[in-house]
Design a protein around this ligand. Structure first.
Ligand code: GLN
Length: 312
């Protein structure tokens, strides 16, 4: 089996980079341009606290949809599994992540799962707090604690862009209000969702989120258990079945790692008991997943024997 070393990771990055050419950079994200296309960085942190980085790992990008797993953890903490899954489903969906058509037909109008936009907006509507500011600072405090990164910040420019380009997400939210799925203030839910998407992170931050899931939801600082294991199992199962949207089946077969992607080209991977992986490769495919980042995840899984369904 391949040993995990910095040199190996650098080689894996070089092998995966050519896959960027089949993707495109999301130009709706401020500061994203063609020069980002070939960038690829990775950070891996093991449960023994060994840490490895390679490529352009210092690049910062907005969380985008990787925020959906944080939102899900907070909602599970606030309401428990039964209540959360009364609002959203737990089934994979074959359509694109911002699809609206399925909202009308599926099981009492629930979004299919918490990893697609409609599901994440419905989850944001659940997160407790007296105001959007208060709910968002809960989110930020949680993120800062689990990434051990006090300086994490939301980008105002990205937030403005999310609001300006938010027509589809507003449609999803108001549609869910019309069917009774979204019962709290719609604009507040959207505002919180836009903010959650706009927090800037580098590979190490993403890896630390994966590590948090991999090591039983403990604060890396105090070792206090912040999220119970049964909620973490739920989050990782949903990542495996829906975290890569309508490519989740492909990634379950080819990598076998619970992952969550975002349109910034970010991917969080979590291998229970072993490690967290954070990848950034801004060229994404039409389903919203990093092309080079996805290739890298599959390579790491194969070379390092990370497949959760059985190792060689
Ligand atoms: N901000 C994007 C949206 O709401 C996030 C989607 C994604 O990362 N897939 O559409």
């Amino acid at each position: 089996m391949q040993e995990l070393t910095t040199q190996y990771l650098e080689e894996a990055i070089e092998d995966s980079k050519p896959y960027a050419s089949s993707g495109n950079v999301n130009m709706n994200i401020p500061d994203f341009d063609e020069t980002m296309k070939d960038r690829l960085g990775v950070s891996i942190i093991t449960t023994d606290q060994d840490s490895y980085t390679a490529g352009e790992y210092n690049q910062y990008v907005p969380m985008q949809s990787t925020s959906k797993i944080i939102g899900l953890m907070l909602a599970l903490q606030d309401f428990g599994k039964d209540r959360v899954f009364q609002t959203v489903g737990m089934e994979p969906m074959g359509d694109f992540f911002n699809s609206i058509s399925q909202l009308e037909s599926y099981d009492t109008n629930k979004p299919f799962n918490p990893m697609i936009n409609a599901g994440a907006i419905a989850i944001a509507a659940l997160i407790k707090g007296q105001s959007v500011e208060n709910r968002f600072s809960r989110y930020m405090n949680f993120l800062k604690e689990i990434t051990e990164h006090e300086d994490l910040q939301m980008s105002e420019d990205v937030y403005e862009a999310e609001r300006a380009n938010g027509a589809r997400n507003r449609s999803l939210a108001y549609f869910m209000q019309s069917t009774g799925t979204l019962v709290t203030d719609v604009e507040e839910a959207l505002d919180l969702y836009f903010r959650m998407n706009s927090v800037m992170m580098c590979c190490e931050d993403f890896a630390r989120i994966g590590l948090f899931l991999a090591r039983g939801g403990r604060s890396p600082n105090s070792e206090e258990k912040l999220i119970p294991s049964h909620h973490l199992r739920t989050v990782k199962a949903i990542m495996m079945t829906s975290g890569m949207y309508n490519s989740s089946g492909h990634y379950a077969v080819e990598a076998g790692i619970p992952c969550k992607s975002g349109v910034s080209g970010s991917i969080i991977g979590s291998i229970p008991g072993r490690m967290g992986i954070g990848v950034i490769g801004p060229a994404i495919d039409e389903k919203g997943n990093s092309t080079a980042g996805g290739a890298l995840i599959k390579k790491l899984s194969q070379d390092l024997n990370l497949n959760m369904f059985g190792i060689d």
